[in-house]
Ligand binder design. Structure first.
Ligand SMILES: Cc1ncc(COP(=O)(O)O)c(C=O)c1O
Length: 442
């Protein structure tokens, strides 16, 4: 079929596309048909440089032979194994390998199939743990304004992006939010962590004063917020949040669905920023995006609190048919091998300085009102076109795509998160293409 022709015969109609302007897309589809290394190819044969690792997930680049072979071999050897009351060796092996990468103490791993499921899992474990340790009144969950924690009901409840929440009723009860950390008046064009805003963590004290600590189970934040437009934590902010949680017996959950697996220069952002949470949610990079999988890292003592009572009883009534799916586990093991062989989990630290210089060089381009960066994450915020929020950035996205570059936009912020195998020349290609697009788009 000719994918580039207008959709007159309705062949694109059945697929209700996620987080997509369906009618606009189907009038001018953008179809990807092949991927290798740093590139995609479109159905009309154009090569596209991947500036966003697919969707923050293909950290080792596309089509890595070791991962491809592992998935193929696993599909032939054993396609599926039930995860309830049964196991398979690669699930245990992957959990062990992941536990060795995690910050000290977070060495128990619960498998899911997505970031959204990891978030639900972590929130449920937090509430259940408070109950298991005798603090059953701690059921309240605290998120942060502008937070993104996937699309399930727990995640959108603790999340703070209005468009993701407003259509879906009253959400979970007993949720509140601390203030976000975006402060362009003081921090615009900060290189790396902004200097101002550690005190915004004290907003948690306000909620403790309002609700009382005895009602609060956990706080969940993204160490680096991605989907809301790349917000880097101010210096000292995460440390302060950790201290307040400790003072009040509140669990701290880091949602590392995008920051996990090398994005900020260490395996996890917790290590980059030197703050250890009680739970970490991950997905995406755990399998290099090849097979859906998520993993929740849990502090050992939290896990051990559940290992109580008669041994024949299930300790946690939670899990998914596809938890620790054999294909995902095989992909995960091969992904970790690839990361280790090529030093990818720390490569963003080496590339941070040239990457920062390249993205910050865009500050003089038309419309740019802020540039933010950490590791191999860049955010370029544009002034919105009056009355048309998001439109200008989307046109930049379209312009870049026409010229062979895939970026992502959220609101009027361009987000960059290239595969960790990127070369300095490809960093330049990204920023030069963007520069051209910013000059062309009105
Ligand atoms: C911080 C964060 N949490 C959760 C999710 C949801 O992950 P998924 O789309 O795999 O459900 C995302 C997705 O981008 C994310 O950025």
């Amino acid at each position: 079929m000719d994918h580039t022709a207008p959709n007159h015969d309705g062949r694109l109609d059945a697929y209700w596309m996620p987080f997509t302007a369906n009618r606009q897309f189907k009038k001018a589809p953008r179809l990807l048909v092949r991927a290798e290394g740093m590139h995609y190819w479109t159905d009309d044969g154009r090569q596209i440089l991947d500036g966003v690792a697919g969707l923050w997930c293909v950290n080792a680049g596309h089509g890595r032979p070791r991962i491809v072979q592992a998935i193929q071999a696993q599909a032939a050897e054993m396609d599926y194994a039930p995860p309830f009351q049964m196991g398979h060796p690669k699930a245990f092996e992957l959990a062990n390998r992941l536990a060795r990468l995690a910050p000290p103490g977070l060495d128990r791993v619960f498998f899911t199939n997505s970031g959204s499921e990891s978030v639900e899992t972590a929130l449920k474990i937090a509430i259940a743990w408070q109950r298991a340790r005798g603090e059953a009144s701690r059921t309240r969950l605290i998120g942060r304004e502008r937070g993104y924690h996937g699309v399930n009901f727990g995640g959108i409840s603790v999340g703070g992006i209005v468009a993701n929440r407003k259509m879906f009723g009253t959400l979970l009860a007993g949720v509140d939010h601390i203030r976000h950390t975006h402060d362009p008046a003081r921090n615009a064009f900060s290189v790396g962590q902004p200097a101002h805003g550690a005190e915004l963590a004290d907003d948690l004290e306000r909620l403790v004063a309002l609700h009382d600590a005895s009602t609060i189970a956990a706080v969940i934040v993204e160490p680096v917020a991605g989907s809301t437009g790349v917000l880097i934590p101010p210096q000292g902010y995460l440390q302060r949040l950790r201290e307040i949680c400790d003072r009040h017996g509140i669990l701290l959950i880091f949602d590392e669905v995008i920051t996990g697996f090398g994005r900020t220069g260490a395996p996890f952002a917790a290590q980059t920023f030197g703050v250890t949470p009680d739970l970490i949610t991950t997905a995406k990079g755990v399998t290099n995006g090849c097979v859906p999988m998520g993993a929740v890292f849990v502090r050992r003592e939290i896990h051990d609190t559940f290992m109580n009572g008669p041994e024949h009883l299930i300790e946690l009534f939670h899990g998914y048919t596809y938890s620790a799916h054999p294909l995902a586990c095989a992909a995960g093991l091969a992904t970790l091998d690839t990361y280790a062989e090529e030093g990818l989990l720390t490569r963003a630290a080496d590339l941070q300085a040239p990457f920062a210089a390249a993205v910050h060089a865009l500050r003089d381009c038309p419309h740019v009102i802020d540039v933010r960066n950490i590791g191999l994450v860049g955010g370029i915020e544009l002034a919105p076109r009056p009355g048309e929020p998001g439109r200008r950035a989307f046109e930049v996205f379209l312009d870049c795509f026409e010229r062979g570059l895939l970026i992502r936009t959220t609101g009027d912020t361009v987000a960059l998160s290239p595969p960790l195998i990127i070369t300095p020349a490809q960093i330049q290609q990204i920023t030069e293409t963007l520069r051209g697009a910013l000059q062309r788009v009105a």
